[in-house]
Design a binder for this molecule. Structure first.
Ligand code: PMP
Length: 460
């Protein structure tokens, strides 16, 4: 195990239960202690430098060590370190942030509700939709439709929307009424010879069939990440969202865009809704909203939803939902400064330009013997590793090679994410061209070493 007796590593192993980690393996190998960060880099406590190719958890847009965010937090903490927004109280940073988000977001969205995390935001979405439909007298209209491989969080409700076995197995999920339809990943789920367009048509037809099977009077909302992230970086066919939206509108099914990863420039547009032409009733934002320097999420809703909720709150006395930290002034102040930096440094445009470089460089690896598909848009990409490029056969067991690449990448000064055998890239939006070349070079080296190790093992 890493670390000497009584080191931070040893004490971590003794005292901490880690999220989304194999606990027994963790006891064996111990943690890497990340000590500080600067730009696209983080450093461990041994002084080793890593390119943070996933921006933490898809979140540090402006890079590590951004002093302006530290100063914004410090200023706000000195003035008003905390206040709530229950019962007719407010504070300036949360109001300014709500106003700014409404002005930035797709037209239909007119109000912001604040939470701490993406999971809480999606729990809030479910409750708001139920509350709204009860207010409309549509008491049966409660079911959600999500997709397989979706990631919407891990709480009881948001974890029910998530479509990944690892987040549901042995947690007795799903817990709320949800149906999962096919995720729009052409490489894995299209029929042989099926075009992207025909695949999108088939998925829209599947959605319609599920709504009709359940009964449109029972289906409340469709939730999707415009470009799916944690399920393996899965960009949909270009026309997918138009077709899905048409089906939802036909049956009065609300459209929820979960942009917890996509939002604030990741695809080279401010929101992925802009990229795909999605006009959602609800938009969920988090992560890059503060570059994750502070926990914050926002649920943006349409005027119709707001009016339904507002009328009902007047009728029954209150909208009885919210958190101690909803509208906390410190994360709001950090978000405002973070959005200033994104605008002043043209980081959305940088993501578009650098995204083109990253996508082109990674696609050069498509010929590598381990690589099945390279995919992505802007500064988010997935490289799927396969045992057989022709048949697209996966490695057995899935995830083993991904874990090897993940571990070996550390030795090459690179932190990536392995989702099964898909290697995800989602670097800070400040990355420059030289850094992209360095990142891809380190990744190629890692792939070559892994391929060699596989060969050696076969020969041995
Ligand atoms: N939605 C999406 C699309 C996400 O990617 C995530 C987190 N990766 C969440 C929701 C949940 O966010 P949190 O971890 O802040 O609860």
């Amino acid at each position: 195990m890493r670390g000497l007796p009584n080191s931070i590593q040893a004490r971590d192993v003794e005292y901490v239960l880690h999220p989304v980690t194999n606990a027994r393996k963790h006891e064996e190998i111990g943690p890497i202690v990340i000590d500080r960060g600067e730009g696209i880099y983080v450093y461990d406590d041994q002084g080793n430098r890593y390119i943070e190719a996933l921006a933490g958890l898809w979140s540090v847009a402006v890079g590590f060590g951004e002093k302006r965010l530290v100063e914004a937090a410090t200023r706000q903490m000195a003035k008003l370190p905390y206040y709530h927004t229950f019962s007719h109280k407010t504070n300036e940073p949360s109001v300014l942030l709500a106003e700014r988000l409404v002005k930035m977001a797709p037209d239909r969205l007119k109000r912001a509700f604040f939470a701490n995390s993406g999971s809480e935001a999606n729990d809030s979405v479910i409750k708001m939709v139920w509350y709204y439909n009860n207010a409309r007298g549509l008491r049966q209209k409660k079911k959600f439709i999500a997709r397989t491989n979706a990631y919407h969080g891990i709480t009881l409700a948001s974890g029910s929307l998530t479509g990944l076995p690892a987040n549901q197995r042995d947690f007795d999920l799903p817990f709320v009424p949800v149906r999962h339809v096919t995720c729009p990943h052409h490489y894995r789920f299209a029929e042989p010879g099926e075009s992207e367009e025909a695949f999108a048509d088939r998925l829209a037809a599947e959605l319609e069939a599920v709504i009709l099977e359940e009964g449109p009077e029972t289906v409340a909302a469709f939730i999707g990440e415009p470009l799916m992230g944690a399920g393996g970086v899965l960009p949909p066919p270009a026309t997918y969202w138009n077709k899905i939206q048409a089906v939802c509108r036909k049956y009065d099914v609300l459209i929820v865009a979960d942009e917890v990863i996509n939002g604030f420039g990741r695809l080279g547009t401010m929101f992925a809704c802009d990229y795909y032409g999605i006009d959602p009733d609800i938009l969920v934002l988090s992560k890059q909203i503060t570059s994750s320097y502070q926990p914050l999420a926002a649920v943006m809703i349409s005027q119709e939803l707001y009016d339904g909720i507002a009328d009902n709150s007047a009728k029954i006395g209150t909208f009885g939902h919210g958190f101690t930290t909803s509208g906390h002034p410190v994360p709001a102040a950090v978000a405002l400064e973070n959005l200033d930096i994104i605008e002043e440094k043209n980081l959305v445009e940088n993501a578009r330009r650098m995204g083109e470089v990253m996508q082109a460089e990674l696609r050069k690896l498509a010929d590598h013997p381990l690589v099945g598909e390279v995919r992505g848009i802007g500064l988010i990409a997935g490289v799927e590793l396969v045992a057989d490029k022709e048949t697209k056969a996966k490695f057995d067991p899935v995830g083993k090679i991904g874990a090897q690449v993940f571990a070996r990448a550390h030795e090459n000064g690179l932190i990536i994410r392995a989702i099964g055998d898909v290697i995800a890239f989602c670097p800070p939006l400040i990355i420059n061209e030289e850094q992209i070349h360095d990142m891809v070079r380190r990744f190629k080296l890692t792939l070559d070493e892994t391929a060699q190790e596989l060969l050696n093992r076969d020969v041995a």
